[in-house]
Design a protein around this ligand. Structure first.
Ligand code: BLA
Length: 242
């Protein structure tokens, strides 16, 4: 379902950046579901380059039952650009949930004018993919922009409109990165570092995927995957409290 998306992401990254691998902790790169569970594989890729600190994407293939592509791109701390977030999920080919956004690190007006306003024209061309759905796990006002793509749609639309929108959002993101001025002020860089870390913390605590991972791959593996790979800058809750 999302394999062409994965391929496009890979190709455009390779065309634009000099990618180096960003290590994935032992055992987390690839995994088959536990015996007795429905068959599923999860595979992840992770890179870095001079402009981007962490580029990660994950594909879950559970055949007809579910197909998921999830990705986050984190710029280096001397760029205060939003993160690029992608979460495309299909369950049994009938439920298709699409989320894609330039995920703002800050919500002040100057920041949104600079990094989110340029998304408006593109966003307005995809009203069908911008449904006013309610977020249950996340707060729509934190790390999300008002120009996100957020839709429940059908398989045909995924292949056509969503693929088109995905390519355009990605292209605009890379253009913005290309035009971005690196921060020179240490305090400003430190603020970005903290905001990216807070994003990991927030996401690790709210990610609605935790249950799905546990179902397929077991509790221990899922905890490691969440804290050592997806959101490695989050401090596990038990450690934070204790
Ligand atoms: C929802 N994302 C979900 C759900 C799952 C995942 C299982 C719930 C779907 C449902 O309602 O049935 C899956 N999340 C994953 C997977 C990974 C993950 C597989 O992190 C990792 C491999 N989520 C993101 C990113 C965005 C995002 C980067 O990881 C931003 C674009 C958004 N996911 C997002 C939103 C929802 C969602 C907004 C709806 C949740 C809600 O209603 O609050």
């Amino acid at each position: 379902m999302y394999k062409p998306f994965l391929q496009h992401l890979e190709t455009s990254l390779n065309q634009r950046f000099e990618l180096h691998s960003h290590p994935i902790p032992e055992g987390l790169e690839h995994r088959e579901s536990n015996p007795g569970r429905s068959p599923a594989t999860i595979q992840s890729w992770c890179y870095q380059c001079p402009e981007l600190r962490k580029i990660r994407y994950t594909y879950i293939d559970a055949g007809e039952v579910s197909q998921i592509l999830n990705s986050v791109i984190y710029p280096r701390h001397h760029y205060d650009l939003p993160l690029l977030g992608v979460d495309f999920l299909s369950f049994g080919k009938v439920k298709n949930l699409i989320v894609m956004d330039f995920q703002p690190l800050f919500q002040d007006e100057a920041y949104l004018d600079k990094y989110i306003a340029p998304l408006k024209a593109l966003h307005d061309r995809y009203p069908d993919l911008s449904q006013d759905l309610e977020m249950k796990s996340y707060d729509a006002n934190q790390y999300f922009s008002k120009y996100l793509l957020f839709a429940k749609t059908d398989a045909e639309t995924v292949k056509t409109r969503v693929f088109e929108a995905f390519k355009e959002y990605l292209q605009l993101y890379f253009q913005m990165l290309n035009a971005a001025e690196p921060l020179a002020d240490l305090e400003a860089i430190q603020r970005v570092r903290q905001a990216q870390k807070d994003y990991d913390q927030y996401s690790a605590e709210r990610d609605p995927a935790a249950g799905l991972f546990k179902g397929y791959f077991g509790h221990d593996w899922s905890e490691r995957f969440l804290h050592e790979f997806l959101f490695e800058d989050a401090v596990p809750l038990t450690a934070a409290v204790g």
